[in-house]
Design a protein around this ligand. Structure first.
Ligand SMILES: CC(C)(COP(=O)(O)OP(=O)(O)OC[C@H]1O[C@@H](n2cnc3c(N)ncnc32)[C@H](O)[C@@H]1OP(=O)(O)O)[C@@H](O)C(=O)NCCC(=O)NCCS
Length: 180
């Protein structure tokens, strides 16, 4: 079913989610492997980011993943830079609640987003960027059908070291993880 899998449901992010997003955004363990800029963000900074970048964008759609049973908000999935003419977009997944890592929720949440992208929006290609040290995420993306397409060498500076950014992509016919 669209937007609903066995354990998760997606709901569109709203201004009411600024607090929960602020909590995830300030969790360095979560942000280390996903954000290019680590900082201690003030509530005003997060409010402005959510309002301007997430809610204000005409070319992106962001959803909060909810554990259907407990109603806990576990993280966020987004399609960004949606290009309807060329039928492509980028995707992002961040599980903000660490206790939900490593139990298949990533695959389930991403599956919901990609089912929507491919089978409802009729997109042809989804791409993403992932840091080279994020092996868990790379394995997840490969399981779903993403292929490594390129590398931006030493383009992330983190913890006093340079890291590569891996570019990955999946075409509709290569996508293997449907929640249908
Ligand atoms: C990266 C991230 C999205 C991965 O999601 P996840 O839910 O932790 O990953 P999955 O559960 O799908 O897969 C992780 C492991 O759990 C295992 N798993 C899958 N289904 C499972 C289940 N039902 N029960 C138990 N374990 C399961 C998988 O086999 C996988 O093992 P492997 O990594 O050894 O192959 C998540 O950890 C996260 O949000 N991290 C922080 C932010 C981040 O890095 N985002 C990505 C930026 S590119």
């Amino acid at each position: 079913m669209l937007f609903e899998s066995s354990r998760l449901a997606l709901r569109k992010i709203s201004v009411d989610d600024i607090q929960i997003y602020h909590k995830w955004r300030n969790n360095l363990e979560v942000m280390y492997s996903t954000s290019p800029y680590l900082d201690v963000y003030s509530s005003d900074e997060t409010e402005s980011f959510v309002n301007n970048v997430i809610l204000g964008s005409q070319t992106s759609k962001s959803y909060i993943m909810i554990d259907k049973e407990t109603k806990v908000n576990i993280g966020i999935v987004s399609l960004i830079n949606i290009d309807y003419k060329n039928q492509n977009a980028e995707c992002i997944i961040d599980i903000g609640e660490k206790e939900y890592w490593g139990q298949g929720y990533g695959a389930e949440g991403l599956g919901l987003l990609l089912d929507y992208a491919f089978f409802e929006l009729n997109l042809h290609r989804i791409s993403l960027k992932v840091y080279s040290f994020n092996e868990k995420a790379i394995r997840l993306y490969e399981r779903i059908g993403f292929q490594k397409e390129g590398v931006s060498r030493e383009s992330l500076f983190r913890n006093n070291h340079w890291h590569d950014i891996i570019h990955m992509g999946v075409l509709k016919e290569e996508y293997t993880l449907t929640q249908e």
